[in-house]
Design a protein around this ligand. Structure first.
Ligand SMILES: Cc1cc2nc3c(=O)[nH]c(=O)nc-3n(C[C@H](O)[C@H](O)[C@H](O)COP(=O)(O)O)c2cc1C
Length: 331
């Protein structure tokens, strides 16, 4: 894995970054690295694999994120994911939900660097694609200087190919997962120091980064930036990503990207996928522009109707085109 591979990525987000979402994001950037939602090793090994791991070839470069801590199961799940064609296997050491803590994985693994390293080593033996870890800077009363440093050193010794650090602690008691994404303060300097301590290891920073200008600022200190909520809620920012690689975006604007989304939507509709399962990921488009609210409202009420088809999508877009036209006429 090269530092370039992780220069920009869209974060793994449960219930959000499913395959439809990722296909749509790919129409806005050829270069962004995309991540699946977290899938547990148990689900990968025993569950409906095609439904959990299936994706479209267009989604590359694409990483699968695993949740688990048993090294043998991690190795088995990583091998299965590699068979599906993923470009990277990422281990979740950052999720603080109770369900995850019961399973002894996610952020509570910040306390068990040796177990994380065993998992990384087992996955490295099992697959030839890069193995990475996404972690926090610490949990609870841990000192981030010591906790993040120790986790990094341990997984580096186990052969990890890259790290993504969500630059805040997780508090395992008393905060919901949502609060754990906002309340513990961000500490970007801690991640910058980690990069200085490990110049040879690709390191990406994550948390609270909202614009391409912010991304550029971060790239002075680290190899990569992972953006989650801002990319989901305002996907048009992804049109600025390929410029970070000196390239033009795949489509000139959101209208053109949506047109390119239509054949995909039509194909999935023909397979029986509901329109709303796809259009829910585009509700953030046109944010702040005239017609955006009507666009959202149209999709929210019409796309959920049984049998809703492509015309619902074009009718929604027409609200924005009309509003934009009216504005220009008025000017
Ligand atoms: C709805 C939602 C689901 C998330 N699910 C995951 C997940 O499955 N795995 C993970 O590592 N992080 C998950 N996260 C955390 C994000 O990957 C990211 O670390 C966090 O949102 C901070 O980045 P941001 O400020 O750019 O959003 C999730 C975040 C959100 C908002």
């Amino acid at each position: 894995m090269t530092p370039q591979d992780i220069r920009f990525s869209v974060a793994p987000m449960m219930d959000w970054t499913d395959r439809h979402c990722r296909f749509f994001h790919r129409l806005l950037s050829r270069r962004a690295r995309l991540y699946t939602e977290m899938v547990t090793t148990g689900a990968v090994i025993h569950g409906p694999r095609e439904r959990l791991l299936g994706f479209s070839g267009e989604e590359h470069p694409l990483a699968v994120q695993l949740g688990g801590s048993d090294p043998r199961e991690l190795a088995q799940a990583a091998r299965i994911a590699e068979g599906f064609g993923y470009d990277e296997v990422n281990l979740n050491v950052g999720c603080p939900s109770d369900r995850v803590q019961d399973g002894r994985f996610g952020a509570c693994l910040m306390r068990e660097p040796d177990l994380v390293a065993e998992g990384v080593a087992a996955m490295k033996r099992a697959v030839s694609v890069p193995v990475t870890v996404k972690c926090r800077i610490g949990v609870d009363e841990q000192d981030p200087e010591e906790a993040l440093g120790r986790l990094a050193e341990t997984v580096i010794a186990a052969g990890v190919d890259g790290l993504v650090v969500h630059a805040r602690k997780a508090w395992l008691q008393g905060l919901s997962p949502k609060e754990n994404r906002d309340i513990p303060p961000l500490d970007y300097d801690r991640v910058h120091r980690l990069k200085r301590a490990h110049p040879g290891l690709p390191i990406a920073i994550n948390g609270g980064i909202k614009t391409i200008a912010d991304v550029r600022e971060q790239l002075a200190h680290v190899d990569g930036v992972m953006v989650g909520r801002a990319a989901y809620h305002d996907p048009e920012i992804l049109l600025g990503v390929d410029a970070l690689f000196g390239e033009a975006p795949p489509h000139a604007d959101a209208f053109a990207a949506l047109e390119a989304f239509e054949p995909y939507v039509a194909a999935r509709l023909a397979e029986g996928v509901r329109l709303a399962s796809m259009t829910r990921h585009i509700l953030g488009l046109f944010t702040g522009r005239p017609g955006a609210r009507a666009f959202r409202r149209h999709l929210a009420t019409e796309a959920v109707r049984p049998g809703a088809g492509l015309e619902t999508l074009s009718d929604a877009v027409a609200h924005v085109r009309r509003a934009g036209g009216a504005l220009e006429d008025a000017a």
